[in-house]
Design a protein around this ligand. Structure first.
Ligand code: FO1
Length: 311
């Protein structure tokens, strides 16, 4: 079975570890990953969501933070800070810098981001094919009344999403195209899963790449999403700040309606939200907290079963 997963960073990485655990030897998993968080810092291309997923599937991630590498040090960042280069509030560890330097080197040689990701991933047996949503730069910028326009990472990390966002802008989305392999991964999928990533700044940019939304609506594969909201609260991260900025309530039901029945065939909600309903979407209530890899695998199996009509 070909399983295609749309994913952001931290939540996406944890979900993918479960999907991998649920998959059998005859299953293939492809992750289409958000690149709207990406930025160029001190001349280096930083791809937070791709790196969170890469490090988590490789087992070398900082589990507590959900991003960056374990066994990390920050000597290079100390030197950069001494000269005021980079962002003092955006921590790039030495091992993480190694990834960014390597990626930037290959990109400067003219290697496309999809091939760069394939090369970076080839160092480990991930068990999941990673694809960027696009090889063109699409950067989420946040418009705020107090501080004007800023890169998503400044809003997310420096301000902790505490400055009200008036709107999100996907700079470059108009001319972006799906990365090589993305449309095939959707068209040839037996099932497409939406990870419980941030619907606005993680799943949203993927759906916004010209061609991807259409491909998801056209594919024969059922599309099943997992609610990132449990009991009216965000599990992790600050999706509520993002949802309110686009006028969507922080609820499992509101997110399902936001995605819409055009896209979704199925929607998993936690029992706390068992009443959630969305016209034309099959809803399944089951515990959604990723308490362990095995539990996440069970959730993934239920999502697949719901999509294939066995749920
Ligand atoms: N998140 C933070 O909260 N603080 C940081 O200093 C930080 C640095 C950082 C460096 C590289 C990287 O790939 C990710 C980093 N993140 C940091 C996480 C990042 O903001 C989020 O993982 C995603 O962009 C949101 O999904």
């Amino acid at each position: 079975m070909r399983i295609t997963v749309l994913a952001g960073g931290v939540g996406g990485a944890r979900f993918l570890r479960g999907v991998r655990a649920a998959a059998g030897p005859d299953d293939a998993i492809t992750a289409i990953v958000n690149t709207g968080d990406d930025l160029t810092l001190a001349g280096l291309r930083v791809c937070p969501d791709l790196d969170s997923i890469l490090y988590a599937l490789a087992g070398v991630n900082d589990v507590e933070r959900g991003w960056g590498r374990r066994d990390e040090s920050e000597r290079a960042s100390e030197e950069m800070a001494a000269w005021g280069v980079g962002w003092p509030w955006f921590t790039l560890g030495d091992r993480d810098l190694g990834t960014c330097i390597t990626r930037s080197h290959w990109l400067a040689e003219g290697v496309g981001l999809a091939e760069v990701v394939r090369r970076l991933a080839s160092r480990w047996e991930l068990g999941v094919e990673l694809l960027p949503m696009s090889e063109q730069s699409v950067e989420t910028h946040v418009h705020t009344a107090e501080h004007g326009r800023m890169h998503f990472q400044e809003w997310w990390v420096r301000h902790r999403a505490s400055v009200p966002a008036e709107r999100f802008e996907l700079a470059g989305i108009e001319t972006a195209t799906p990365a090589p392999g993305v449309l095939a991964a959707i068209a040839e999928a037996d099932i497409v899963l939406l990870a419980p990533s941030n619907p606005v700044v993680s799943i949203g940019p993927i759906l916004a790449v010209p061609g991807i939304g259409e491909a998801l609506r056209a594919t024969a594969a059922p599309v099943v999403g997992l609610s990132p909201i449990i009991g009216g609260r965000v599990v992790r991260g600050m999706a509520d700040a993002c949802l309110s900025a686009i006028g969507v309530a922080t609820s499992a039901e509101a997110v399902a309606r936001h995605y819409g029945a055009e896209l979704l065939d199925g929607w998993l909600v936690d029992p706390a939200d068992a009443g959630a309903a969305a016209e034309g979407v099959r809803v399944l209530a089951r515990p959604l907290l990723f308490t362990s890899v095995d539990e996440t695998a069970a959730i993934a199996r239920d999502a697949i079963a719901l999509g294939l009509g066995r749920g």
